[in-house]
Design a protein around this ligand. Structure first.
Ligand code: PGA
Length: 250
């Protein structure tokens, strides 16, 4: 049985003080959760949130990371800088990074491999746009993203990787893929992992769904065979909503 993994991507929201206060509330509210939990505050709040989640059931994630280890990369944050703050997970290849900042599959692959070398657990995001879906290209797009994004990642390293399937048209829009449609893509991703690695790797890999996950749709999504968790944006900023999502099994 794969464990469920629920992650909150706070995106560019909350100051350090606001993040600290919210993380304190979450740590209390989520004590009884029986899933793996991660929150990813903005970089500027990682330090304040880090001390709060220490010793709780919540792991600390970053929303991005530089593809190089150090040097002349103005505005970037390195893996070592994240490790320094006890960050354990890092979201890579989010569609906002791909579309707004032009991140390519090759760049994301460099980040994924570097994160793994450094001992950070990547949450590796993939997903098609509405145009791609309407053109019947979902499997093509996802195949390319998975194959290129995981190039050079060994089967052993893959154990540290979570894949997040986030159809771009469902992010922040209130539109969710139907549980069946989402599960079909998840099953396809799992079959790709079988093809690229092994049946054992395919069985083990956790695949999160992301895109307008809310308290009222989380149960149905999580009931799908190949959906193993959620990467939550908007609803992760609301205490009651994230609590209901994280405690969906209750
Ligand atoms: P959303 O964002 O839950 O607000 O749709 C999901 C994400 O971008 O990770």
């Amino acid at each position: 049985m794969r464990e469920y993994y629920i992650a909150g991507n706070w995106k560019m929201n909350k100051t350090a003080a606001e993040s600290r206060e919210f993380a304190e509330q979450l740590a209390d509210a989520l004590e009884e959760a029986s899933v793996k939990l991660m929150i990813a505050p903005p970089f500027t709040a990682l330090e304040s949130v880090s001390s709060i989640v220490q010793g709780t059931n919540i792991i600390l994630g970053a929303q991005n990371m530089c593809h190089e280890t150090s040097g002349a990369f103005t505005g970037e944050v390195s893996a070592d800088m994240l490790l320094d703050l006890d960050v354990t997970a890092v979201i890579l290849g989010h569609s906002e990074r791909r579309t707004i900042y032009g991140e390519t599959d090759e760049l994301i692959n460099q980040k994924v491999r570097l994160a793994l070398t450094k001992g950070l657990e990547p949450v590796f995001c993939i997903g098609e746009t509405l145009d791609e879906r309407e053109a019947g290209r979902v499997e093509d797009v996802v195949r390319t993203q998975v194959t290129k994004g995981l190039a050079g990642v060994s089967e052993d390293q893959l154990k540290q990787v979570t894949i997040a399937y986030e159809p771009v048209w469902a992010i922040g829009t209130g539109k969710t893929a139907t549980p069946d449609d989402a599960n079909a893509v998840h099953a396809f991703v799992r079959s790709l992992i079988r093809e690229l690695y092994s049946d054992a790797a395919a069985q083990a890999v956790q695949i999160q769904y992301g895109g307008s996950v809310k308290p009222d749709n989380v149960r149905e999504l999580m009931a799908q065979e190949d959906i193993d968790g959620a990467l939550v944006g908007g609803a992760s900023l609301k205490l009651e909503d994230f609590k209901k999502i994280a405690l969906f099994k209750k």
